[in-house]
Design a protein around this ligand. Structure first.
Ligand SMILES: C[S@@+](CC[C@H](N)C(=O)[O-])C[C@H]1O[C@@H](n2cnc3c(N)ncnc32)[C@H](O)[C@@H]1O
Length: 298
Protein backbone atom coordinates (compact mmCIF):
# COMPACT_ATOMS: atom_id res chain seq x y z
CA UNK A 1 0.00 0.00 0.00
CA UNK A 2 1.22 3.50 -0.76
CA UNK A 3 2.49 5.72 1.98
CA UNK A 4 1.25 8.95 0.44
CA UNK A 5 -2.42 8.25 0.40
CA UNK A 6 -5.08 10.72 -0.55
CA UNK A 7 -8.08 9.90 1.56
CA UNK A 8 -10.42 12.86 1.79
CA UNK A 9 -12.67 12.50 4.82
CA UNK A 10 -16.33 12.76 3.81
CA UNK A 11 -18.73 15.26 5.46
CA UNK A 12 -15.91 16.22 7.80
CA UNK A 13 -17.17 19.56 9.06
CA UNK A 14 -20.71 18.28 9.53
CA UNK A 15 -19.54 15.24 11.49
CA UNK A 16 -17.26 17.30 13.71
CA UNK A 17 -20.11 19.73 14.43
CA UNK A 18 -22.55 16.95 15.34
CA UNK A 19 -20.07 15.28 17.67
CA UNK A 20 -20.01 18.41 19.85
CA UNK A 21 -16.36 17.97 20.76
CA UNK A 22 -14.46 19.46 23.71
CA UNK A 23 -11.04 18.88 25.34
CA UNK A 24 -10.90 15.89 27.65
CA UNK A 25 -13.54 13.76 25.91
CA UNK A 26 -13.23 10.11 24.96
CA UNK A 27 -14.28 9.62 21.34
CA UNK A 28 -14.43 6.39 19.34
CA UNK A 29 -13.69 6.33 15.62
CA UNK A 30 -15.07 2.89 14.75
CA UNK A 31 -13.73 3.07 11.18
CA UNK A 32 -10.48 5.00 11.47
CA UNK A 33 -9.21 4.29 7.93
CA UNK A 34 -6.79 7.03 6.86
CA UNK A 35 -7.55 8.90 10.13
CA UNK A 36 -8.97 11.94 8.32
CA UNK A 37 -11.87 12.33 10.75
CA UNK A 38 -9.74 11.26 13.71
CA UNK A 39 -7.10 13.91 13.02
CA UNK A 40 -9.72 16.66 13.29
CA UNK A 41 -11.32 15.02 16.32
CA UNK A 42 -7.98 14.88 18.12
CA UNK A 43 -7.40 18.59 17.46
CA UNK A 44 -10.61 19.30 19.38
CA UNK A 45 -10.40 16.80 22.25
CA UNK A 46 -6.78 17.39 23.22
CA UNK A 47 -5.38 18.19 25.68
CA UNK A 48 -6.72 15.60 28.02
CA UNK A 49 -8.91 13.67 25.59
CA UNK A 50 -8.52 10.19 24.16
CA UNK A 51 -9.39 8.82 20.75
CA UNK A 52 -10.06 5.11 20.35
CA UNK A 53 -9.53 4.16 16.71
CA UNK A 54 -10.84 0.85 15.44
CA UNK A 55 -10.26 -0.81 12.07
CA UNK A 56 -10.46 -4.42 10.95
CA UNK A 57 -7.69 -3.74 8.43
CA UNK A 58 -4.27 -4.04 10.05
CA UNK A 59 -2.43 -2.28 7.22
CA UNK A 60 -4.76 0.71 7.46
CA UNK A 61 -4.02 1.04 11.17
CA UNK A 62 -0.31 1.40 10.43
CA UNK A 63 -1.09 4.37 8.16
CA UNK A 64 -3.45 5.84 10.74
CA UNK A 65 -0.84 5.65 13.46
CA UNK A 66 1.68 7.46 11.23
CA UNK A 67 -0.81 10.19 10.42
CA UNK A 68 -1.73 10.67 14.07
CA UNK A 69 1.86 10.85 15.29
CA UNK A 70 1.48 14.54 16.35
CA UNK A 71 -1.07 13.31 18.92
CA UNK A 72 1.06 10.46 20.30
CA UNK A 73 -0.23 9.42 23.72
CA UNK A 74 -3.78 10.65 23.05
CA UNK A 75 -5.03 7.75 20.95
CA UNK A 76 -5.31 3.98 21.08
CA UNK A 77 -5.63 1.92 17.90
CA UNK A 78 -7.37 -1.43 17.88
CA UNK A 79 -7.36 -3.98 15.09
CA UNK A 80 -10.78 -5.56 15.40
CA UNK A 81 -14.19 -5.60 13.80
CA UNK A 82 -16.38 -2.87 15.31
CA UNK A 83 -19.12 -5.45 15.86
CA UNK A 84 -17.19 -6.18 19.12
CA UNK A 85 -17.50 -2.58 20.25
CA UNK A 86 -18.45 -3.15 23.89
CA UNK A 87 -15.79 -5.80 24.29
CA UNK A 88 -13.14 -3.58 22.66
CA UNK A 89 -13.86 -0.68 24.99
CA UNK A 90 -13.95 -2.94 28.02
CA UNK A 91 -10.55 -4.40 27.08
CA UNK A 92 -8.98 -0.93 27.35
CA UNK A 93 -10.85 0.06 30.47
CA UNK A 94 -13.31 2.45 28.81
CA UNK A 95 -16.88 2.15 29.99
CA UNK A 96 -18.55 4.98 28.15
CA UNK A 97 -17.54 7.48 25.51
CA UNK A 98 -18.80 10.94 24.65
CA UNK A 99 -19.12 10.20 20.96
CA UNK A 100 -18.64 7.72 18.18
CA UNK A 101 -18.34 7.93 14.42
CA UNK A 102 -18.90 5.23 11.82
CA UNK A 103 -17.73 6.13 8.30
CA UNK A 104 -18.79 2.90 6.67
CA UNK A 105 -17.48 0.85 3.76
CA UNK A 106 -13.97 0.85 2.40
CA UNK A 107 -11.53 3.72 2.15
CA UNK A 108 -10.07 5.09 -1.06
CA UNK A 109 -6.74 3.73 0.19
CA UNK A 110 -8.18 0.21 0.08
CA UNK A 111 -10.04 0.86 -3.16
CA UNK A 112 -6.95 2.14 -4.94
CA UNK A 113 -4.75 -0.73 -3.84
CA UNK A 114 -5.01 -3.37 -6.62
CA UNK A 115 -3.70 -6.11 -4.31
CA UNK A 116 -6.85 -5.89 -2.21
CA UNK A 117 -9.16 -6.82 -5.08
CA UNK A 118 -11.88 -4.23 -4.39
CA UNK A 119 -11.53 -2.33 -7.62
CA UNK A 120 -13.13 -2.79 -11.02
CA UNK A 121 -10.57 -0.44 -12.53
CA UNK A 122 -7.33 -1.95 -11.22
CA UNK A 123 -6.95 -5.64 -11.92
CA UNK A 124 -6.07 -7.71 -8.87
CA UNK A 125 -6.79 -10.97 -7.04
CA UNK A 126 -10.46 -11.56 -6.23
CA UNK A 127 -10.03 -10.91 -2.51
CA UNK A 128 -12.14 -8.03 -1.06
CA UNK A 129 -11.41 -8.82 2.60
CA UNK A 130 -11.05 -5.83 4.91
CA UNK A 131 -9.66 -8.15 7.55
CA UNK A 132 -6.96 -10.17 5.84
CA UNK A 133 -6.83 -12.71 8.65
CA UNK A 134 -10.32 -13.81 7.68
CA UNK A 135 -10.27 -17.00 5.59
CA UNK A 136 -13.20 -16.44 3.17
CA UNK A 137 -12.42 -14.29 0.14
CA UNK A 138 -14.49 -13.07 -2.79
CA UNK A 139 -12.88 -15.79 -4.90
CA UNK A 140 -14.26 -18.46 -2.54
CA UNK A 141 -17.78 -17.04 -2.78
CA UNK A 142 -17.75 -16.43 -6.53
CA UNK A 143 -16.45 -19.94 -7.23
CA UNK A 144 -18.21 -21.78 -4.43
CA UNK A 145 -21.77 -20.52 -4.01
CA UNK A 146 -24.73 -21.96 -5.88
CA UNK A 147 -26.42 -20.05 -8.70
CA UNK A 148 -29.35 -19.29 -6.43
CA UNK A 149 -27.15 -18.02 -3.60
CA UNK A 150 -25.21 -15.78 -5.99
CA UNK A 151 -28.38 -14.45 -7.52
CA UNK A 152 -29.84 -13.60 -4.10
CA UNK A 153 -26.66 -11.84 -2.99
CA UNK A 154 -26.56 -9.72 -6.15
CA UNK A 155 -30.25 -8.89 -5.74
CA UNK A 156 -30.31 -8.21 -2.00
CA UNK A 157 -26.89 -6.65 -1.41
CA UNK A 158 -26.31 -4.98 -4.79
CA UNK A 159 -29.89 -4.22 -5.83
CA UNK A 160 -28.72 -5.49 -9.25
CA UNK A 161 -31.67 -5.94 -11.56
CA UNK A 162 -29.86 -8.46 -13.78
CA UNK A 163 -28.95 -10.65 -10.80
CA UNK A 164 -30.25 -13.86 -12.37
CA UNK A 165 -28.35 -13.39 -15.62
CA UNK A 166 -25.12 -12.50 -13.86
CA UNK A 167 -25.38 -15.49 -11.50
CA UNK A 168 -25.96 -17.75 -14.52
CA UNK A 169 -22.99 -16.16 -16.31
CA UNK A 170 -20.73 -16.79 -13.30
CA UNK A 171 -21.77 -20.45 -13.12
CA UNK A 172 -21.12 -20.96 -16.83
CA UNK A 173 -17.77 -19.18 -16.75
CA UNK A 174 -16.46 -21.05 -13.73
CA UNK A 175 -17.35 -24.40 -15.30
CA UNK A 176 -14.62 -23.67 -17.81
CA UNK A 177 -12.14 -22.01 -15.47
CA UNK A 178 -11.99 -20.69 -11.92
CA UNK A 179 -12.68 -16.93 -11.73
CA UNK A 180 -9.73 -15.58 -9.80
CA UNK A 181 -9.17 -11.91 -10.66
CA UNK A 182 -11.25 -8.75 -10.57
CA UNK A 183 -10.90 -8.30 -14.34
CA UNK A 184 -12.10 -11.86 -15.00
CA UNK A 185 -15.15 -11.23 -12.83
CA UNK A 186 -15.82 -7.88 -14.55
CA UNK A 187 -15.63 -9.58 -17.95
CA UNK A 188 -18.11 -12.27 -16.87
CA UNK A 189 -20.53 -9.64 -15.50
CA UNK A 190 -20.34 -7.51 -18.64
CA UNK A 191 -20.83 -10.59 -20.80
CA UNK A 192 -23.97 -11.55 -18.85
CA UNK A 193 -25.82 -8.26 -19.28
CA UNK A 194 -28.51 -8.09 -21.95
CA UNK A 195 -27.20 -4.73 -23.15
CA UNK A 196 -24.70 -2.06 -22.16
CA UNK A 197 -25.67 1.44 -23.11
CA UNK A 198 -24.88 4.94 -21.98
CA UNK A 199 -27.77 4.90 -19.50
CA UNK A 200 -25.41 3.43 -16.92
CA UNK A 201 -24.37 6.22 -14.57
CA UNK A 202 -21.92 3.90 -12.85
CA UNK A 203 -19.78 1.06 -14.20
CA UNK A 204 -22.18 -1.82 -15.00
CA UNK A 205 -20.27 -4.15 -12.64
CA UNK A 206 -20.38 -1.75 -9.64
CA UNK A 207 -23.51 -3.21 -8.04
CA UNK A 208 -22.24 -6.78 -8.31
CA UNK A 209 -18.87 -5.82 -6.83
CA UNK A 210 -20.61 -4.01 -3.98
CA UNK A 211 -22.82 -7.04 -3.27
CA UNK A 212 -19.93 -9.47 -3.15
CA UNK A 213 -17.84 -7.15 -0.97
CA UNK A 214 -20.69 -6.68 1.50
CA UNK A 215 -21.13 -10.44 1.69
CA UNK A 216 -17.41 -11.21 2.10
CA UNK A 217 -17.17 -8.82 5.04
CA UNK A 218 -20.67 -9.34 6.46
CA UNK A 219 -20.92 -5.57 6.46
CA UNK A 220 -24.63 -5.32 7.25
CA UNK A 221 -24.39 -7.79 10.13
CA UNK A 222 -21.49 -5.82 11.65
CA UNK A 223 -23.30 -2.49 11.41
CA UNK A 224 -26.52 -3.84 12.95
CA UNK A 225 -24.66 -5.46 15.82
CA UNK A 226 -22.52 -2.41 16.53
CA UNK A 227 -25.36 0.13 16.43
CA UNK A 228 -27.41 -1.99 18.83
CA UNK A 229 -24.63 -1.49 21.43
CA UNK A 230 -24.73 2.33 21.32
CA UNK A 231 -27.08 2.83 24.29
CA UNK A 232 -24.59 1.02 26.52
CA UNK A 233 -21.43 2.78 25.41
CA UNK A 234 -22.50 6.42 24.90
CA UNK A 235 -22.72 8.65 27.97
CA UNK A 236 -25.56 11.11 28.61
CA UNK A 237 -25.53 13.98 26.02
CA UNK A 238 -23.01 12.00 23.95
CA UNK A 239 -23.40 11.75 20.18
CA UNK A 240 -23.22 9.08 17.50
CA UNK A 241 -22.70 9.76 13.78
CA UNK A 242 -23.12 7.24 10.98
CA UNK A 243 -21.99 7.97 7.42
CA UNK A 244 -23.26 5.41 4.94
CA UNK A 245 -22.77 4.99 1.22
CA UNK A 246 -25.69 2.86 0.09
CA UNK A 247 -29.33 2.48 0.97
CA UNK A 248 -28.92 -0.85 2.78
CA UNK A 249 -26.61 0.61 5.43
CA UNK A 250 -28.55 3.84 5.62
CA UNK A 251 -31.75 1.88 6.26
CA UNK A 252 -30.12 0.07 9.19
CA UNK A 253 -28.99 3.39 10.74
CA UNK A 254 -32.36 5.02 10.11
CA UNK A 255 -34.38 2.17 11.62
CA UNK A 256 -32.08 1.64 14.59
CA UNK A 257 -32.20 5.37 15.39
CA UNK A 258 -36.00 5.39 15.09
CA UNK A 259 -36.19 2.55 17.63
CA UNK A 260 -33.79 4.41 19.95
CA UNK A 261 -36.01 7.47 19.76
CA UNK A 262 -39.18 5.43 20.36
CA UNK A 263 -37.67 3.87 23.48
CA UNK A 264 -36.42 7.24 24.72
CA UNK A 265 -32.68 6.51 24.74
CA UNK A 266 -31.56 8.78 21.91
CA UNK A 267 -32.85 11.89 20.22
CA UNK A 268 -32.47 12.13 16.44
CA UNK A 269 -30.44 15.20 15.38
CA UNK A 270 -30.87 14.71 11.63
CA UNK A 271 -34.53 14.60 10.54
CA UNK A 272 -33.27 13.92 7.05
CA UNK A 273 -29.81 12.53 6.35
CA UNK A 274 -27.18 15.20 5.73
CA UNK A 275 -25.56 15.03 2.29
CA UNK A 276 -22.51 16.71 0.81
CA UNK A 277 -22.76 20.27 -0.47
CA UNK A 278 -21.69 21.46 -3.90
CA UNK A 279 -18.21 22.44 -2.72
CA UNK A 280 -17.45 19.00 -1.34
CA UNK A 281 -19.00 17.23 -4.33
CA UNK A 282 -16.69 19.18 -6.60
CA UNK A 283 -13.51 17.98 -4.87
CA UNK A 284 -14.46 14.61 -3.39
CA UNK A 285 -16.28 12.20 -5.69
CA UNK A 286 -16.67 9.70 -2.84
CA UNK A 287 -19.02 12.14 -1.10
CA UNK A 288 -21.59 11.73 -3.91
CA UNK A 289 -23.51 8.94 -2.22
CA UNK A 290 -22.66 9.76 1.42
CA UNK A 291 -25.46 10.19 3.98
CA UNK A 292 -24.88 11.26 7.54
CA UNK A 293 -27.25 10.53 10.42
CA UNK A 294 -26.64 11.65 13.99
CA UNK A 295 -28.24 11.01 17.38
CA UNK A 296 -27.80 12.34 20.92
CA UNK A 297 -27.99 10.19 24.07
CA UNK A 298 -30.75 11.22 26.44
C1 LIG B 1 -14.52 4.83 4.67
S1 LIG B 1 -13.16 4.26 5.55
C2 LIG B 1 -12.96 5.40 6.84
C3 LIG B 1 -12.16 6.61 6.49
C4 LIG B 1 -11.86 7.52 7.65
N1 LIG B 1 -13.05 8.09 8.23
C5 LIG B 1 -10.92 8.64 7.22
O1 LIG B 1 -11.27 9.82 7.38
O2 LIG B 1 -9.81 8.37 6.76
C6 LIG B 1 -13.78 2.87 6.37
C7 LIG B 1 -12.76 2.09 7.17
O3 LIG B 1 -13.49 1.27 8.07
C8 LIG B 1 -12.97 -0.01 8.10
N2 LIG B 1 -14.09 -0.91 8.41
C9 LIG B 1 -15.18 -1.16 7.66
N3 LIG B 1 -16.00 -2.01 8.28
C10 LIG B 1 -15.41 -2.31 9.48
C11 LIG B 1 -15.79 -3.12 10.59
N4 LIG B 1 -16.91 -3.84 10.59
N5 LIG B 1 -14.97 -3.14 11.66
C12 LIG B 1 -13.83 -2.41 11.68
N6 LIG B 1 -13.42 -1.63 10.66
C13 LIG B 1 -14.20 -1.58 9.57
C14 LIG B 1 -12.36 -0.23 6.72
O4 LIG B 1 -11.32 -1.17 6.79
C15 LIG B 1 -11.88 1.17 6.36
O5 LIG B 1 -10.54 1.37 6.72
Amino acid sequence: MEKNYSHNPVLLKETIDFLGLAPGQIIVDATIGGAGHSFEILKKITPGGMLVGIDSDEETLRLASERLRPFEGSFKLINKNFRYLREILKSIGVEKSHGIIFDLGISSIQMESWQRGFSIKNDGPLDMRMDRSQSITAKDLVNGLSERELSEILRDLGEERFHKRIARGIIEARRKKEISTTSELTEVILGSLPYINNKYKIHPATRSFQAIRIKVNDELGSVSEALAQLPEIIEKSGRACVISFHSLEDRIAKNTFKEFKASGVFNILTKKPVIAGEDELAVNPRSRSAKLRAVERL
